[in-house]
Ligand binder design. Structure first.
Ligand code: UD1
Length: 444
């Protein structure tokens, strides 16, 4: 591999319109909130739709910035993406002009790398930016690249771009990951659907979004099955057909609203909640003292009047506690009696946002990149803080809703990447949130 210095380490992301949220805290949230479609499922399905020239129709797609970024990338390549109704997208990728995923897309959204597998499998080549420079962390893609090579792709790395080719069809293979990777599993799976022969992926990620992707692929005519909890097998087909699919509900958004109800001392009913995918998270919040009652796909959340208790939590691949719900859960733990320990096992940069939480009055010790101790209950107060990424952003909103006084939270675009209408949903529950424009666009 020609390992040229990736020039985008110094790359400045394109400007974004800066907005902040002004939140007046201390109001109990009450009411009903619908859960949107899953970001992490919808993005992969938009990519999967490029595996066929026939039209695919996806409903319940969340209208979030990350979806808009991926749609732009597809359209720039000459793929037709229609948006005939709210939350509905139709993709027809008959003729493709440019098999190129630019740096701008990767800088805005790491998940653009999910296009590697399907474009390579369908068109035999793609030039795709390395998203490793994304500011949310040291996020390598080596496992995706290794998986494509195992399937017979030739990949070179030059100037921040992967140049990937497959001389003929990709070849089915045993894809063995040294560690569990969600998008790595999905990239291998997408590529294998059009490969020649049989592919086995292990350990395959067990996240429910992977299974929703499998369901969509099967309706496209792919031969894919999860043959053991951590094994996915694929029999490659020459071509796939168009299909319709309704994207599953977003378990991370649902978890975020569970915490919102609890930390504001309110009572919120989530509709369309994916209860079956929230097991480990609901076990934790119930241990802390949040009451959750279920009726069909409605979850009603209220705090235990006796207060919250400290707990120790550890993030893990599914079915463990999702790392994406670690930071919202941390906001709950600031309100718990005693010292809680957070062990973040998946990423190295997912505790950094707690410096901002500290500015709001939380008592936090962060001895290293994987461990934090929260001493509670803390009286959170309003502060001026900055969202550093999507999940941290939502969590700062939760802290501001629970705090006394007014907070100014900069970087609204971070949370808009993955939460559909977040401020409207909070407003409908009785929150006091104002969107403040921060003048002309500045680099993100
Ligand atoms: C996905 C989710 C993200 C979630 C994460 C973990 C999407 C768009 N994003 O991210 O919301 O937080 O799963 O549940 O679905 N790794 C490597 N090399 C690689 C790939 C990953 O070393 O090539 C490492 C990562 O740095 C991390 C671990 O593997 O430590 C797991 O990451 P992975 O499961 O791949 O996360 P994503 O799929 O990127």
């Amino acid at each position: 591999m020609a390992d040229a210095r990736p020039f985008h380490w110094e790359y400045q992301a394109p400007p974004v319109q800066r907005e902040a949220f002004r939140v007046e805290g201390g109001r109990a949230l009450r009411g009903v909130v619908p859960v949107s479609g899953s970001k992490n499922a919808a993005l992969k399905m938009l990519a999967a739709a490029t595996l066929t020239g026939e039209r695919c129709r996806l409903t319940n797609v969340p209208q979030i910035a990350d979806v808009a970024v991926l749609v732009d990338v597809l359209r720039d390549m000459g793929i037709v993406v229609d948006h005939p109704a709210p939350n509905t997208y139709e993709v027809a990728s008959g003729d493709v002009d440019w098999l190129f995923v630019p740096l701008e897309a990767a800088a805005k959204m790491r998940a653009s790398f999910i296009l590697l597998g399907p474009l390579l499998a369908r068109f035999g080549r793609v030039i795709i930016s390395n998203p490793g420079g994304d500011r949310i962390g040291r996020r390598p893609v080596n496992l995706h690249v290794d998986a494509m090579r195992a399937l017979g792709a030739e990949i070179e790395y030059r100037n921040g771009y992967y140049f990937a080719r497959s001389p003929g069809r990709l070849r089915g293979a045993d894809v063995v990951f040294p560690t569990v990777t969600v998008m790595g599993t999905e990239n291998a799976l997408l590529a294998a659907t059009l490969a020649d022969g049989h592919t086995t992926i292990r350990p395959a990620a067990q996240e429910p979004e992977v299974d929703d992707l499998i369901a969509f692929l099967v309706s496209m005519g792919a031969e894919v099955a999860r043959t053991a909890p951590d094994v996915i097998e694929v029999e490659g087909r020459r071509r796939l057909r168009g299909a319709d699919h309704h994207v599953m509900a977003d378990r991370i958004e649902a978890g975020t609203f569970v915490i919102a109800a609890a930390v504001t001392g309110g009572e919120v009913t989530l509709t369309g909640a994916p209860r079956e995918h929230l097991g480990a998270f609901l076990d934790v919040v119930t241990d802390v003292g949040v009451e959750v009652t279920e009726e069909g796909d409605h979850l009603t959340v209220r705090p235990d009047p006796r207060g919250f208790r400290a707990v120790d939590i550890t993030t893990a691949p599914y079915p463990g506690l999702a790392t994406d719900l670690q930071s919202p859960t941390a906001v709950l733990l600031t309100q718990a009696q005693g010292t809680s320990h957070i062990h973040e096992t998946i990423f190295e940069d997912r505790l950094e946002w707690m410096e901002e939480l500290r500015r709001m009055g939380a008592s936090v010790d962060i001895p290293d990149t994987h461990h934090a101790y929260l001493h509670g209950p803390a009286r959170l107060h309003g502060a001026e803080v900055e969202m550093s990424d999507l999940r941290a952003g939502a969590s700062l909103m939760l802290a501001a809703l629970a705090a006394e006084g007014t907070s100014l939270i900069h970087g609204a675009h971070q949370v808009r990447r993955g939460y559909e209408n977040i401020e409207t949903k909070f407003l409908d529950l009785g929150a006091s949130i104002e969107v403040v424009s921060e003048g002309s666009p500045v680099p993100s």
